[in-house]
Design a binder for this molecule. Sequence first.
Ligand code: G6P
Length: 371
Amino acid sequence: SAAEKGGHEYFMLKEIDEQPEALANTLRGHFEAGRIILDEQRISDQDLRDVDKVFVVACGSAYHSGLVAKYAIEHWTRLPVEVELASEFRYRDPVLDRDTLVVAVSQSGETADTLEAVRHAREQKARVLAVCNTNGAQIPRESDAVLYTHAGPEIGVASTKAFLAQIAANYLVGLALAQARGTKYPDEVAREFAELEAMPAAVQKVLSTVDQVRDLGRRIADSKAVLFLGRHVGFPVALEGALKLKELAYMHAEGFAAGELKHGPIALVEEGLPIVVVMPSPKGRAVLHSKLVSNISEIQARGARTIVIAEEGDEAVRPFADELIEIPAVPTLLQPLVSTVPLQVLAAEIARTRGYDVDKPRNLAKSVTVE
Ligand code: G6P
């Protein structure tokens, strides 16, 4: 009913609006007396300290949250982090032992491939930490430690608030490991946590500006395809933006690492093709920023319609942006929490304009419990 949707036409639109709350609820209670705390920990602190390699395994949007986490966890802990699709991981012969931590990320906690990846990891004696949005689901039940995302129930098939909450929770896992290993001093962990705590307000700010994105969505709804480019943490955001558009609008959409542009994607550029570019901060990532500015000028010169997501006050990008979507300045590693939001809104609005039900996209299920 309309009441359940809080006055929104679709659950997904309500869930997009609930993201600040989902983030705040996910962070709440996880930093006490100067320490990051997990929800459930059935292994010792020493076991966490002994971790020498991390795998993140997941499917769909949860996999993209893992790709984002890799940048932060490697930076904070100096541990190697591999991010794997659960369906690939479980049929390979991954190198695992008791000092390997497998982080299984799943909104539902019931995804068949992720569950089997957990079982496979435990058979090899690896430790498993679940990041899950559903209390008491199978994946957390079979794991050695659990961090719950508190996004609340997600009804829309395409993940939105659970995805943002997964990013935050994965970061808490990274900080917990950094703390256990001593690669970050306690005051640095406190500072990173405080930066995370500022994110609900930043996401709220983005939500207050999305009318412009809706208008853009209506104008490009009849495009044949849309490409997405990003670098560093903006690369998984590009993948997520493309996935949302495929899921909801049934459009050909692909995300690329912008550094790969000249290795293939640039051949796809033709007159009028919308290309969404997720820009890093001009201050925080100046080198990557300038490389992306030159990428945008190249695709624009070849006729692409450039849609640029950039930090407020990013003047260098303006001349090359046919459409400019501004996001607040936030620490580099946290940018996906703000840059993903316009891409969710864009996909939903394109789908609505094309006349599709954004809560129940064709052929998709909320939770894939059979292979
Ligand atoms: C399905 C959903 C996606 C979700 C994926 C993984 O494909 O449509 O939104 O990201 O499953 O689900 P999980 O529950 O494991 O996070």
